[in-house]
Every structure is written in structure tokens, then in C-alpha cells.
Design a protein around this ligand. Structure first.
Ligand SMILES: [Zn+2]
Length: 275
């Protein structure tokens, strides 16, 4: 097995969905490869953390009571159990419990995604194919466009891998505020870089890991990896369907570049065009 396959199948491995032979293959590579071991450990922690945050929602007492009341009601309304509780029937007894658990999960999850808004907004930005407002390969032209639109100077990052190139930009959203959504292409894939004001943009609920000396926050959903961080007083998220070590390299490029916003955004100075 190659390192790329290791990364591709990490969730299959951690979810114990491998056939025995493949699992043995996988573990043989793990035993030999420090880099893949590190990745597996990281993903495992990520999963564990996700599980804990799901299992221990921070509910207030009255919310907990409301959920308990709803669950009890659901149980009361469930059809009566069959009289025969003999062999093979035990599973029927689990059904109302499972239904209750479903209600509980729906209520708990309904309180809001456990991921901060920036994750969902970054994922949507990268996968929704919203039309670009400006199309240019020239970072300076894009910088000027954002300056005119948002009243701030955003420096589009340049990537050193030689295959992630600027396509253009639009105005996106992070939390309830305007953000720069820069689109890059990388082969046949999109990479989105959101540049935003980090104030009131929480990263809690994401897994953090150091890149250099910087705390970088990660999330993963449906094949897309998201990395979010603050740098020189600017918030960034980078999103793409790419392996995490390649995403790391993009993050490193941004960390090695000068500030993404060269002056503080005077929010009331956003130019308003006369009708
Ligand atoms: Zn490896």
C-alpha cells in the first residue's frame, strides 16, 4: 500500500470497515511508516473528539428537561411491545429506545452544528460553484478589486506548489460579515481561500494542530478538508478536496507571506455607489 492509499482509506480503517486481509495490509504499512502513523493518530483523535462533543452537548438544565419530556412522550406514544419477549424478540424492545435516541440526537443536533459557522461557509463557498464577480490570474488586479469593493487591501496568497493558481474572487460570508472568497484551481479541483476579519469568528469544535508555531484548526466533510487560522490579525480558511499534507503546504505558504490585509478595514468607509 502506498502512502496516498493510506490517507484515502484512513476512515475505512478507523471505522473498522476493512476486510481482515486489507486491514492487515494497512497495519503493515502503519508499522513501517511514521508519517502515516502520525496521520492515523491525528484522525483517530479527531474522531474521538467529535464523538465526545456529540455525546456531551452543553445543555442547560431546562433544555435537558425539555428533551427528556419529548423523549418520554415519544416513548409513551410508541406502539405497545409485543407480549412475547422470548428469544429473538429482544430486538423489538430496542426499537422504541432507538427511536428515542433518534429524537434526542435530532434535538441535540438541531441546536446548531457543532462546527463553527466558518466551516460550513467555507465548504459551501468551495462546492456551490457560485459565480465569480471577478475573473483574473493577476493578484494585484484582484487586490484592487477587493479594495474598491470592501475598502480593504487583501493580498491574495501565492502558492509555491506550482499548480494552485488564482482564478478570481467574489464577496463571500463568514459569520454574518462580508469576507473575501478567493478561488484557485488545482488541476480539476477548486481551492477556496476565505479572508476575513477574525473578530467574533470562533474555531471551537475544530481539531487544532500546530503548523510551525501556529495553531491551525481543521475540519473534514464529504471529501473536503478545511483549515482555518489567524495570521497577522487576519482570519483565513483554506478549503479543498485534497489530502491533508497538501493542505498543510498551502497553509504554510500563507503563513510565510506578509499580512493578508494591509490596513484595518474601515467598515463605514465601504464605498457606496450612487444609484
Ligand atoms: Zn506511509
Amino acid at each position: 500500500m502506498q502512502c496516498q492509499d493510506m490517507e484515502k482509506f484512513i476512515h475505512v480503517y478507523l471505522d473498522r470497515e476493512f476486510a481482515e486481509e486489507d486491514r492487515a495490509d494497512y497495519e503493515r504499512h502503519l508499522a513501517e511508516c511514521e508519517q502515516c502513523r502520525r496521520l492515523a493518530r491525528f484522525e483517530q483523535r479527531f474522531k474521538a473528539q467529535l464523538k465526545t462533543s456529540l455525546a456531551r452537548p452543553h445543555l442547560r438544565l431546562d433544555e435537558r428537561e425539555a428533551i427528556r419530556a419529548r423523549v418520554m412522550q415519544t416513548l409513551a406514544e410508541a406502539p405497545p411491545l409485543p407480549a412475547d419477549h422470548g428469544t429473538g424478540r429482544w430486538i423489538l424492545r430496542l426499537v422504541p429506545a432507538a427511536a428515542a435516541a433518534g429524537v434526542l440526537m435530532a434535538l441535540v443536533l438541531g441546536r446548531g452544528d457543532i462546527q463553527p459557522a466558518v466551516v460550513g461557509q467555507s465548504l459551501m463557498a468551495n462546492t456551490n460553484n457560485q459565480p465569480l464577480e471577478v475573473r483574473t490570474k493577476d493578484p494585484h488586479a484582484l487586490q484592487n478589486w477587493y479594495h474598491e469593493k470592501l475598502g480593504i487591501a487583501i493580498v491574495p496568497p501565492t502558492f509555491t506548489d506550482g499548480r494552485t493558481s488564482l482564478v478570481g474572487g467574489r464577496i463571500g460570508q463568514v459569520e454574518a460579515k462580508d469576507a473575501a472568497h478567493l478561488l484557485y484551481s488545482r488541476g480539476d479541483k477548486n481551492i477556496s481561500v476565505m479572508v476575513f476579519h477574525p473578530e467574533n469568528v470562533p474555531f471551537h469544535g475544530m481539531v487544532s494542530r500546530n503548523i510551525g508555531s501556529k495553531n491551525v484548526y481543521f475540519s473534514y466533510s464529504k471529501g473536503q478538508n478545511v483549515a482555518a487560522f489567524r495570521h497577522h490579525g487576519v482570519g483565513y480558511s483554506i478549503t479543498g478536496a485534497l489530502p491533508r499534507h497538501e493542505l498543510d503546504a498551502l497553509v504554510r505558504d500563507v503563513l510565510h507571506q506578509p499580512s493578508g490585509i494591509t490596513e484595518p478595514p474601515p467598515l463605514n468607509a465601504v464605498p457606496v455607489k450612487a444609484p
